[in-house]
Design a protein around this ligand. Structure first.
Ligand SMILES: Cc1ncc(COP(=O)(O)O)c(C=O)c1O
Length: 455
């Protein structure tokens, strides 16, 4: 196959191994050769012939045929528990409660042109704000997380009259030019020319990057951010993921409370990006609820449209409803009835099925099993977790400073051969993010597959 050959030619890609399954590695080409039928390889070839190639995407690894519950089925009939799902799979695939509500809306009102509002959008906005702390009661929808990030940045500039934003290196807030500027991932920024001005990057909250150590590392880090905010005039916003979804670094409560204080003291808006992690993943509906703080602007996306419609949103305070003279996010799909119907169903399903309780129960249930796994191999340096999200950091000889990138890549492909799909983050972290509807038995089976891949 032509594209597989072209992948094999390019070997110097270690610096790009942020995700593990980059589309150029030899490990990946081998996996395709060994696992994918000629028919599916032909589909992959046609895909590679017609789509623009880009990192982390085309050429693709495999082709999916159908999805149901926690499973994807590929075109060769192989089933995978999906612990990746781009974080759109929170409530499982083919969720009939969500699908039926969405199909009803498709039949009745599949689009709402500008100038009109509609029952679905208003109801969804009302339901969404009803789940927020009092005073966070204004919404704007967008057809993707990246666009919602752009709206949040614009709103913060407009409200504060200050254009600078503090963000973290290695963060991801979306793939457009403004979002890659606000983010800090080299893979997205390199060769792109001038980025949006005014972004000040600080190190990511990371217990293993060596910048802030010791028992008060979190507070020292917050103090450093305040120092930067004071030195740089014109900082109007701090943007961060409340909990970094990919690497599963979970900041302390006191860190977030300190950041909240800093924002209040300096007239800075706190933008929390919870695009991949809201809606129950952490055991609370929103990740910030674990931290005893409230954001000024919360950014949501991914599973908000139940996996059937691309939906994202910013949710903010009444006092920031001040931009009626300008356009914050003038998107064609601004009040989508179909996405809103899906969103209403998502919130209802989470409540009716007591998903938060289920997540918390499974989290406790899994803890012992993971401790056992860690004790059995010196490949695991650390397991970080919250709710139904785990980051298993693979290292050499238990040493957290020595990332084991090749073990992570090998584990990912071995797991895939054994029916479990997940993402590798930062080169060496196995990011396990199952649908929140998973059963305890299915979860244990997945952990067995992970453990086998490390032996
Ligand atoms: C933390 C975070 N922010 C923003 C985005 C961008 O969302 P979208 O791909 O829907 O534009 C993502 C997507 O992966 C994300 O993980």
């Amino acid at each position: 196959m032509k594209f597989i050959k072209s992948m094999q030619k390019n070997q110097s890609t270690d610096h790009l191994k942020t995700e593990g399954d980059i589309n150029l590695s030899t490990e990946r080409a081998r996996w395709i050769e060994e696992n994918i039928s000629k028919e599916t390889q032909w589909l992959l070839q046609r895909d590679a012939n017609v789509f623009l190639h880009q990192s982390l995407s085309t050429p693709c690894l495999n082709a999916v045929d159908s999805c149901n519950g926690i499973f994807l089925t590929d075109t060769d009939g192989r089933q995978y528990m999906d612990f990746h799902g781009n974080n759109v799979h929170q409530l499982g695939y083919n969720n009939s409660f969500i699908l039926e509500r969405t199909i009803e809306a498709i039949r009745k009102l599949h689009f709402s042109p500008r100038r009109y509002t509609n029952q679905y959008a208003v109801e969804f906005a009302e339901h969404l704000t009803a789940t927020m702390p009092a005073g966070i009661n204004r919404v704007l929808f967008a057809p993707g997380g990246t666009l919602a990030i752009g709206m949040a940045l614009k709103l913060a500039r407009y409200v504060t009259g200050k254009h600078k934003v503090i963000s973290t290196w290695d963060s991801f807030h979306g793939a457009s030019l403004d979002a890659i500027s606000a983010g800090g991932e080299a893979l997205f920024q390199q060769n792109m020319g001038p980025l949006m001005p005014g972004v000040i990057h600080v190190p990511a909250y990371n217990t293993t990057n060596g910048f802030f150590n010791g028992p008060d590392a979190d507070i020292e880090y917050a103090r450093y951010i305040e120092y930067v905010a004071e030195k740089e005039t014109g900082v109007g916003a701090i943007i961060m993921e409340t909990i970094r979804n990919t690497t599963v670094h979970v900041p302390t409560k006191r860190f977030w409370q300190k950041i909240r204080e800093i924002c209040d003291r300096h007239g800075i808006l706190l933008i929390l990006d919870e695009i991949p992690i809201a809606l129950g993943r952490t055991g609370k509906l929103y990740a910030f609820e674990n931290m005893g703080i409230e954001p000024d602007i919360l950014v949501l996306g991914k599973g908000l449209g139940g996996g059937v419609f691309p939906m994202a949103a910013i949710v903010t305070k009444d006092e920031y409803n001040v931009a009626s003279e300008t356009a914050l996010g003038h998107y064609t799909h601004e009040k989508p009835p179909v996405g809103s119907a899906a969103g209403i169903a998502v919130l209802e399903y989470i409540r009716q099925q007591e998903i938060l309780q289920h997540v918390n129960n499974l989290h406790s249930f899994a803890a012992k099993r993971l401790e056992e796994m860690k004790a059995r191999t010196n490949l695991i340096g650390e397991i970080r977790s919250i709710g139904l999200l785990w980051g298993i950091e693979l290292v050499y000889d238990g040493d957290l400073t020595r990332k084991n990138v090749s073990a992570a890549e090998k584990a990912m492909y071995t797991c895939m051969s054994n029916g479990l799909s997940f993402k590798v983050s930062d080169g060496n972290i196995l990011t396990l993010s199952p649908p929140l509807t998973i059963t305890g038995q299915q979860l244990m089976k997945a952990f067995d597959i992970v453990e086998d891949s490390l032996c």
